[in-house]
Design a protein around this ligand. Structure first.
Ligand code: NAD
Ligand code: UDX
Length: 463
């Protein structure tokens, strides 16, 4: 019998959009997304779908279509677990901030809480699906908790990592490059795999659904993120060399990207990658390698992070150096705060670290981001604990209008590649700024010759 009731624990950037698509594509399945965070659930249930807590192009329409029909958001975690045949765990797995593995290992306390809660509540057999990104062999720990604390019912654990990228989540979910499902090699394990294959087969062709053993699936997710991030650090490393040699990193990226063995994607030099996944997952990979004594493997992957930190620091250093070695009392306007365009997510955004460096040099930072509030900007800075919240608050201003944000600035720094930045009236912006007017384009999105014609001193990454 096919699955008719799904529960997803965690209504975040992965749980919300993923379940919305399953509900849209499988009207025969009732999907309930649960979370401990009452505000988040209230926002998912907001009458006005424009107020759902996650901004992703196309998502609100899908939620509008499915919500109340076969898509539900609730804080009643136990009821949803009890009702469901299949339970996705999609809670956060951040880097540990305490104890052994602090700053490296994934913090699995939320995962363990889910496993204990499922064990406590379940009165019928369940398939438990790891949707969160987890260290390889976590399924073993989940199974041990379920089997040792449960009510004697049977559990199958599957690994089904999510590969969506924020800003394109809906398109990625509708047309995935592949779906990966790892499970036990036993007959029961294979049956569980098949029931999840059947869910995806409602909209994904079978040749794109890969099945593997659990450990391969868990490790493939960390590997994919490590490879993607490595490409960005590689091109960013070349960007610094380009700046010294007269080569242009955009031209180099184009030239190498046409080699079909290399490919053209993920070769965009930038102020550094951000987001909740790349750094966390590579640190986790490094920690796992170290825990097996594989120092060379750990050191190799750690360089991806070291290079990324260098790229962020290099950007803020370059601003200070170019502004005559002092930014004290100067107004620097940030266009963009989100870690990439088309999302309101700011986790690990390069903007946070660049702002932190510049505030330490006594600069005043003004932020305009179409989807990020001042409250969020302040919370991001406070999280670093570099200085008091009051000093952060007095060093940061934020505007809802880009022209007001840029007026009177000594320099503009582009931190996110929002499309709207390209179409601004740059002459008007130039006229309102201090002279000489500088633009530091951390995303290489603006047209250098147009800006230079207006009179800007324009600095890109890697040229
Ligand atoms: P998130 O922080 O946006 O959402 C996680 C949610 O889980 C939160 O709302 C939190 O309140 C809830 N939660 C935590 N513990 C809970 C519990 N015991 N019971 C009920 N709810 C609980 O995180 P996210 O970005 O959706 O990421 C979730 C997982 O997916 C992570 O492992 C991440 O690495 C992985 N992932 C994320 C992305 C991405 O683009 N964000 C992509 C692929 C994979
Ligand atoms: C990433 C993975 O792409 C996705 O498969 C996984 O499921 C979660 O992690 P995400 O972090 O949402 O997705 O966005 P992504 O598009 O990968 O961008 C990550 C960061 O790298 C952003 O800050 C982006 O601006 C930056 N980036 C990306 C570059 O600097 N250059 C590039 O060429 C590509």
């Amino acid at each position: 019998m096919g699955i008719t009731k799904i529960c997803c624990i965690g209504a975040g950037y992965v749980g919300g959009p993923t379940m919305a698509i399953i509900a849209q594509k499988c009207p025969q399945i009732q999907v309930t997304v649960v979370d401990l965070n009452q505000d988040r659930i209230a926002a998912w249930n907001d009458e006005d779908v424009n107020n759902i807590p996650i901004y992703e192009p196309g998502l609100s329409d899908i939620v509008k279509e499915a919500r109340g029909r076969n898509l539900f958001f609730s804080t009643d975690v136990e009821k949803a677990i009890d009702d469901a045949q299949m339970i996705f765990i999609s809670v956060n797995t951040p880097t540990k901030t305490y104890g052994k593995g602090k700053g490296m290992a994934a913090d699995l306390k939320f995962i363990e809480l889910c496993a204990r809660q499922i064990a406590k509540v379940a009165k019928t057999d369940k398939i438990v699906v790891e949707k969160s990104t987890l260290p390889v062999r976590t399924a073993e720990a989940i199974k041990s908790i379920l089997d040792n604390t449960g009510n004697g019912v049977k559990f199958q654990i599957l690994s089904n990592p999510e590969f969506l990228a924020e800003g394109t989540a809906v398109q990625d979910l509708l047309n995935p490059d592949r779906i990966l499902i790892g499970g036990d090699t036993t007959e029961e394990g294979q049956k569980a795999i098949q029931s999840l294959v059947d869910v995806y087969a409602n909209w994904v062709s079978l040749d794109k659904i890969l099945t593997t053993n659990v450990w391969s699936s868990e490790l493939s997710k960390l590997t994919a993120n490590a490879f993607l991030a490595q490409r960005i650090s590689s091109i960013n490393a070349m960007s610094e060399l380009c700046e010294k040699t007269g080569a242009d990193v955009n031209e180099v990226a184009r030239a190498i990207g046409m080699d079909s063995r290399i490919g053209s994607k993920f070769l965009k030099a930038s102020v550094g990658f951000g987001g909740s996944c790349f750094q966390k997952d590579i640190l986790n990979l490094v920690y796992i390698a170290k825990s097996y004594g594989l120092t060379a493997v750990a050191d190799y992957w750690e360089q991806v992070i070291i290079m990324n930190d260098h790229q962020k620091r290099r950007f803020s250093d370059n601003i200070v150096k170019t502004l005559y070695n002092t930014v004290s009392g100067k107004k620097i306007t940030f266009l963009g705060w989100a870690f990439k365009k088309d999302t309101n997510d700011t986790r690990e955004s390069a903007a946070i670290y660049v702002a932190d460096d510049l505030i330490s040099e006594n600069a005043s930072i003004v932020v305009y981001d179409p989807k990020v509030s001042r409250k969020k900007v302040l919370a991001d800075l406070d999280y670093l604990e570099t200085r008091s919240s009051d000093v952060n608050a007095s060093s940061i201003l934020s505007f809802e209008n880009p022209y007001e944000a840029c007026a009177g600035a000594h320099a503009i720094a582009v931190l996110t590649e929002w499309d709207e930045f390209i179409t601004y009236d740059w002459q008007k912006i130039y006229d309102s700024m201090q002279k000489p007017a500088f633009v530091f384009d951390g995303r290489n999105v603006l047209n250098s010759s147009d800006l230079e014609k207006i009179g800007f001193i324009y600095k890109a990454i890697g040229s």
